[in-house]
Design a protein around this ligand. Structure first.
Ligand SMILES: *Cc1c(COP(=O)(O)O)cnc(C)c1O
Length: 377
């Protein structure tokens, strides 16, 4: 068997054509023709109030921290089991991160562990929809309303996924998506900020344009533009947007195939989970599956290492995922010392299996066969 990578970016075919078109239009900086097409696509399909393409999800998260005016000593609650950017964006503003544990059976933040962490300094709750599966937004938004906190969704993995029928990205005040080449819809590097509270709309444009009101100027709303806010350059070239738009036109096809692959893994591996060789994080009844990621959670770290090594020996590249941020070399000195056992369990035991559009049925069956062989021995 040829090497089966963990991920293979899928090109839909029109990317280079649209890039050539963007070049031909003569405007390749930000907010050009294709950027507007992408904004319109997301706003129409998911009813987002306002979308702004960014150069990454990391940048979109940094924009949320600027929009929320976070200051040193403000506190932000988020899961420890997440990518560094979720935390870094707020640490850059001087905020203190208060890490919450994951659910016992799913890496998503445990909504019942949040309230005890809220203090008068808490400004925001940041949720991460792991694997594109919705967090319990009903409970989390109720808490946020009760304590007057903002809710940010790290929806990096959550394109085309839903909480009780509502699109992820539309469930918090602000949300961040990623189009990194490991996600479902890609542009190499790329991201998007979603604004669901009109209070933030004007400032978001300004922060994204180096702190200037250039966007309003281009719309003819002001007769010159200047420095009006703190900001940076968060907008991508229209070349990136051209690539992204080719992907968006194929979103339904990409999603259908990824979900089919996910379902095959689930159907074939569920019997091994029933025999308690590992667990499969459940999709709660308020959530949907968007085919972003399929993982199994081994019973211990040794099992995981052996499983990954077994698959490697068969040329299958399966990988672990996040290391608890509260134990990271950078942030552990600032953590308050609480144990977060569920987060650590996923750090030690979770394995992600290859899942990409072009994974063939033959390759997937081979992977499944090798997992069965490993646990059968
Ligand atoms: C991929 C990812 C990010 C970072 O996205 P970039 O676009 O690479 O900045 C942030 N958070 C989560 C949960 C992710 O999966």
């Amino acid at each position: 068997m040829q090497k089966i990578p963990f991920n293979k970016p899928y090109m839909t075919g029109k990317e280079t054509q649209y890039i050539a078109e963007a070049v031909g239009r003569g405007h390749i900086s930000g907010d050009g023709f294709f950027t507007k097409q992408c904004h319109a696509f997301f706003e129409k399909k998911y009813n987002f109030l306002k979308t702004l393409l960014t150069t990454s999800c990391t940048d979109a998260l940094e924009m949320t921290a600027l929009l929320l005016d976070l200051k040193p000593n403000d506190e932000v609650i988020m899961p420890s089991y997440t990518f560094v950017s979720t935390a870094n964006a707020f640490v850059l503003r001087g905020a203190k991160i208060v890490f919450a544990d994951s659910l016992p059976d799913h890496p998503n933040i445990d909504p019942d562990k949040i309230e005890a962490l809220i203090t008068p300094k808490t400004k925001a709750i940041v949720v991460v929809h792991y694997a594109g599966n919705a967090c319990d937004m009903g409970k989390i938004n109720a808490l946020a309303r009760k304590h007057n906190l903002a809710v940010v969704e790290d929806a990096a993995q959550a394109v085309d996924s839903f909480y009780k029928g509502k699109p992820l990205g539309a469930c918090g005040d602000l949300s961040a998506f990623s189009f990194h080449e490991t996600k479902n819809i890609i542009s190499g590097e790329g991201g998007m900020l979603v604004i669901n509270d009109s209070r933030f709309a004007k400032r978001a444009e300004i922060i994204r344009e180096k702190g200037t009101n250039r966007s309003a100027f281009f719309r003819g709303e002001v007769d010159k533009y200047g420095w009006v806010e703190l900001g940076s350059s968060f907008l991508p070239s229209d070349i990136i947007a051209a690539f992204l738009f080719a992907q968006l036109e194929n979103l339904d096809t990409i999603q259908a195939r990824r979900k089919q692959i996910w379902q095959t893994y689930f159907d074939q591996l569920q019997p091994l989970a029933q025999k308690e060789h590992f667990t499969i994080p459940p999709i709660h009844d308020f959530a949907t599956n968007n085919g972003h990621l399929f993982s199994v959670v081994c019973n211990n770290a040794t099992d995981r290492e052996n499983l990954i090594n077994h698959l490697r020996s068969k040329n299958i590249h399966a990988v672990f995922h996040y290391l608890s941020l509260h134990k990271s070399p950078f942030y552990s000195p600032f953590h308050d010392g609480r144990e977060l056992p569920n987060s650590d369990h996923f750090s030690d035991c979770l394995v992600r299996l290859p899942l990409y559009y072009e994974l063939s049925e033959y390759e997937q069956n081979f992977i499944i066969g090798e997992i069965k062989a490993f646990f059968g021995k």
